[in-house]
Design a binder for this molecule. Structure first.
Ligand SMILES: Nc1ncnc2c1ncn2[C@@H]1O[C@H](COP(=O)(O)OP(=O)(O)OP(=O)(O)O)[C@@H](O)[C@H]1O
Length: 620
């Protein structure tokens, strides 16, 4: 029997761990995918493979069985395109005939792997804790065990043959599908709609069937499709070793093992078999890619949708803001953020232009979804593909951040990265997700000092403790050694601010920093921001839904509506009811007052009234 180094065999342990991000991307649908190049390639190759699997044994089975003892291991000829094997049989006919058995073992193995993996992966969600722990333990141990060895052991246990090899590979691949299912399931289980279902009293099984399974299904289908290619290669490997289908049946693996004996006499036979295996593998990969595209499951690929033309394209006039500030720390011109859709691009932020003066506190208000956060993230160069960010100019602290009219998280020079790291600080809305839960707060705060401040680890830690103290975190030395979960929400926000203060920030972007906090803590965070602004002259961009808070805390207010900046006015004008734009007036009028009649309805902004001539109609 041919011997083979197991290390050279394909790895089946990671069959289900292809780099699939479960984040949803736009679904292209099956129709559009079938018309795309990848859809066409997948369809053609898959149909070809299916044709040979179904009709191969019927059309070429007889020829494949006929032995010509005068032509043993013959080279390719017009009669035998890939030559003959050691028994004088036509290699091409046998390759085509073997398609059915080779694919059958790969598909059976994949079906076993996915079924066992999904059940094992989801069981811990519904089973009692002890069983769940036991299942998790078994999955962990199985994952740690070399998958190929597991497959060989299982195939010896079940005996050589089609069923044995399928079971062996299926069971060897199952742990990775179980882990994938667990990961996907856990990410769904943490979402708000599952929490809402729990609150409504839905049982575990119902949550599993109704909420979790439908959300993990598509990535699993895509993974299974690609994993089938790995199963095929693994089944071929086991057959090659003599553990797969037995004579008189044959598959590509067995044939490959036999052809090696005459590889110097007729190399075409081995090459033909390898080509068949590679083509089948590529077919599964293409099918997976096409399914990912159709179902909207993200698989990183080299090709990206062509970005829409930049805002800074030649000939277009530079858009001017409603108010130009002389000494601006931030000047944004024509900022546009777009997201890809199945058909074209949708504009989420539409040509926004504004200035933030040095030391100024500028508020951004607008209803949910108006583009406030995207504007801030774009300014901080934090938006990533597939979003497209373009701008004529984003000038921060005398550095141009828009390159060739485009901005975003594109790799940029070290200097610009250091500039952003030390001169711009960010405080996000949700204090529970802003800090890495597995790293001490002090280490996280200190990191920026080491990274961009050129400080040693010790110096950075000392400065981090100092900054934690300066944002009024009591006992900062002890607190620096704690994890984020040991901090309250307000303390986490202050730690974020301390992180920003490790450098000398010229601008703090605070995106709804107080929304998740109670009123008292809210006041503390605001007074801290105010203090930093007053003492260090740091400008603040303060995002909020709360128009009354913004008019009291900020000096100037930018009003956003459906991705556009509709008004730029002073906080004093806003507070005194001197807003010009109907939407701003409607927004101001929708704020409930203490002197409102008890029992009266809250004012709401209704769609059509926003651009009416009569501002009084804006709020009703
Ligand atoms: N990564 C993304 N891909 C596609 N669309 C997005 C993305 N991020 C945000 N959006 C959409 O862009 C619009 C603006 O989002 P943004 O988060 O800026 O709103 P917002 O004004 O900050 O709202 P909120 O006050 O609720 O946080 C929304 O319709 C949102 O659904």
């Amino acid at each position: 029997m041919t011997t083979l180094d197991p290390d050279t065999l394909p790895s089946i342990s990671d069959a289900a761990t292809h780099p699939i991000d479960i984040t949803r991307r736009p679904r292209h649908g099956f129709g559009a995918t079938l018309r795309s190049p990848i859809g066409i390639a997948a369809t053609v190759t898959l149909l070809t493979l299916v044709f040979f699997a179904i009709f191969g044994p019927v059309l070429w089975g007889e020829t494949a069985g006929q032995a010509d003892l005068t032509k043993l291991s013959a080279k390719p000829s017009a009669e035998h395109l890939l030559g003959t094997d050691a028994g004088g049989r036509d290699v091409l006919a046998r390759v085509l005939t073997a398609t059915r058995l080779s694919l059958t073992s790969a598909l059976m193995a994949t079906a076993i792997a996915v079924s066992v993996g999904v059940v094992a992966g989801l069981l811990p969600i519904v089973a009692p804790r002890r069983i769940a722990n036991a299942v998790n333990g078994v999955i962990g141990v199985a994952l740690a065990f070399p998958a190929l060895l597991l497959a060989i052991v299982v195939s010896i246990m079940f005996g050589a043959g089609l069923v044995g090899v399928s079971l062996a590979i299926g069971l060897a691949m199952a742990p990775s599908y179980a882990r994938l299912t667990q990961t996907l399931g856990a990410s769904v289980a943490g979402r708000d709609f599952v929490a809402a279902a729990r609150i409504l009293g839905a049982g575990r099984t119902r949550i599993l069937v109704k909420h979790i399974l439908p959300n993990v299904r598509d990535p699993l289908i895509v993974n299974a499709s690609i994993g089938a290619g790995t199963a095929l290669v693994a089944a071929t490997g086991l057959s090659f070793l003599g553990l797969g289908v037995q004579a008189p049946r044959y598959d590509w693996g067995r044939m490959l093992g036999e052809s090696l004996n005459s590889i110097y006499v007729n190399p075409a036979a081995s090459l033909g078999l390898c080509a068949a295996i590679v083509l089948a593998g590529v077919t599964f990969a293409l099918t997976g890619e096409a399914l990912a595209r159709a179902l909207g499951v993200h698989r990183p690929s080299g090709r990206r949708k062509r970005r829409p033309s930049s805002a800074g394209s030649e000939g277009s006039a530079v858009p001017q803001p409603q108010r130009v500030v002389d000494d601006a720390v931030l000047s944004v011109r024509g900022l546009t953020v777009q997201a890809p859709q199945a058909e074209g691009w949708t504009t989420l932020v539409d040509g926004v232009s504004f200035d933030v003066g040095r030391g100024e506190i500028v508020g951004i208000v607008g209803e949910s979804g108006s583009g406030k956060s995207l504007t801030c993230m774009a300014v901080a160069c934090l938006l990533e593909q597939p979003l497209s960010v373009s701008a004529s100019s984003i000038r921060f602290d005398d550095t141009e951040l828009a390159v060739d009219g485009h901005s975003g998280a594109a790799p940029r020079g070290k200097e610009v990265a250091a500039q952003l790291g030390t001169r711009m600080a960010l405080v996000f809305q949700d204090p529970s997700t802003s800090l890495n839960p597995s790293i001490h707060v002090g280490t996280q705060v200190a990191e920026i000092g080491e990274l961009h401040g050129g400080l040693s680890r010790k110096e950075a830690r000392r400065r981090a403790i100092d900054r934690l103290g300066s944002v009024r975190i009591p006992d900062p030395e002890r607190r620096a050694g704690q994890y984020p979960h040991e901090f309250s929400g307000g303390m986490r926000q202050r730690a974020m601010l301390a992180m920003g203060l490790m450098g000398e920030p010229a601008l703090i972007i605070a995106d709804e920093p107080t929304t998740a906090l109670d009123v008292t803590v809210q006041r503390e965070v605001l007074s801290l921001l105010h203090e930093v602004n007053q003492e260090r002259g740091t400008a603040v961009m303060f995002v909020s839904h709360d128009i009354s808070l913004v008019s009291s805390f900020c000096t100037r207010v930018l009003v956003m509506y459906r991705g556009s900046l509709v008004e730029d006015l002073t906080a004093a004008d806003l507070a005194a009811g001197r807003a010009q734009h109907p939407y701003t007036r409607a927004l101001a009028a929708s704020v409930p007052h203490m002197d409102s009649e008890p029992g009266s309805e809250f004012a709401t902004i209704h769609e059509g009234a926003v651009f009416d001539d009569d501002p009084a109609q804006g709020a009703s």
